[in-house]
Write a protein that binds this ligand. Structure first.
Ligand code: URA
Ligand code: ZN
Length: 370
């Protein structure tokens, strides 16, 4: 059995330098008298007065690849497909984006090469640059030994993923056979969390804002007809597609009842179920058997992939040496759902990722305790 983590992040050293050089979100800095560095990335995090609500502590587990390997060993993970964490390069001035993307992607690929067969990566796109520069980087990534696709947020070129200006990007991804890992960052407008939001830490934006952001982004992509136009495009959706597995039927039904779509003949041609089973891959970062079974129901048992979201969601103080709850919960959901169907469990744990992302074979695992 090979265990593969396809949802695991890193801020390579070149990106850390960038964050340390900034004083507006996103940035990294210390808040004296503490000497601990903190990472401030989410919209609204900057305005909080409470130090525990101001971002999160950031240490070498975010940027040192040897910590990634140690985490993998601790949790019996054979292979990780790492991705730059949010907010990627979304905030860069257009003139700096292409060069920075090349620097970060070269850094990622070379770092994976230090651990042959254990680390692969999703590259990062210079989305504030010109479309020509973005597609050039997609084609360059295709030639890199350890890169298997790209990670992207939901903002696209600034107007979301249903922006027709992104068509050359989708075309280049389809043509080069690279998977787009879609990951949230912006959440929902902060007003929806209400005036007491700061009392609830990061719970509402991370537990609900993130998955809803992904759900809306994918719904817009489907509605825009992108999957009719690019039937070979593959997206890996973070957090099991947000709420898409649960709401796919409703989305399909509302489309079927929409007079405007009918009158204008603009309804997507392919059904959502067809897109889910051919173009979308869902991660298994959903922390419960209910969500995991829904993901497998809609995408197919061969299109759901284990992930951890490391180094986010570390153990809280006092539990640092324990296996991470955020990891064991996802292992347990797989065991609870498919413990008696080894083929499905092994597919979700790693075989699906090896096949879909062409990872070759990592060293044999001693198992995850399933
Ligand atoms: N918080 C983030 O900002 N990103 C993640 O990937 C997970 C939690
Ligand atoms: Zn993540």
């Amino acid at each position: 059995m090979t265990i593969v983590d396809i949802h695991t992040h890193v801020y390579p050293p070149a990106y850390m330098d960038l964050l340390r050089s900034r004083d507006t979100v996103p940035y990294v800095r210390t808040f004296p008298p503490s000497t601990e560095e903190r990472l401030i990335i989410l919209p609204g995090e900057d305005s909080s007065n409470s130090s525990t609500a101001r971002g999160r502590p950031i240490g070498p587990e975010y940027y040192d690849f040897s910590y990634k390997i140690a985490f993998m060993d601790q949790h019996k993970i054979d292979i990780s497909v790492v991705s730059l964490a949010n907010p990627w390069l979304d905030f860069l001035p257009p003139s700096e984006a292409a060069e920075t993307a090349m620097l970060i992607n070269d850094d990622m690929d070379a770092s994976c090469g230090l651990y042959p067969g254990r680390l692969y990566a999703f590259g990062t796109l210079p989305l504030s640059a010109s479309v020509e520069e973005i597609t050039e980087e997609i084609r360059r990534l295709k030639g890199m030994p350890w890169i298997r696709g790209v990670v992207m947020g939901t903002s696209g070129l600034g107007n979301g993923l249903d922006d027709e200006r992104l068509n050359p990007v989708y075309e280049a991804l389809e043509e080069t056979g690279q998977t787009m890992f879609l990951h949230p960052h912006y959440g929902l407008p902060t007003e929806v969390y209400g005036p007491r939001a700061s009392e609830y830490g990061h719970v509402l934006p991370l537990a609900l804002g993130f998955p809803l952001e992904t759900t809306i982004a994918v719904a817009r992509l489907i509605l825009s007809g992108v999957f009719d136009k690019y039937p070979g495009l593959t997206l890996l959706l973070a957090h099991s597609g947000g709420t898409l597995p649960f709401l796919a039927g409703r989305l399909e039904s509302v489309i079927a009842h929409d007079a405007h779509l009918k009158d204008t003949n603009t309804a997507p041609k392919r059904s959502i179920w067809d897109v889910l089973s051919k173009n979308l891959i869902l991660d298994a970062v959903v922390y419960s058997s209910v969500g995991l079974k829904a993901a497998v129901d809609v995408a197919g048992a061969d299109r759901v992939l284990f992930g951890t979201d490391h180094p986010f969601f570390p153990p809280l103080e006092g539990e640092e040496d324990q296996p991470w709850l955020s990891v064991t919960t996802n292992y347990k959901a797989i065991n609870d759902s498919f413990g008696l169907e080894r083929g499905i469990a092994e597919g979700v744990l790693g075989d699906n990722a090896v096949r879909l992302l062409n990872l070759g074979f990592g060293r044999q695992s001693t198992g995850c305790g399933l």
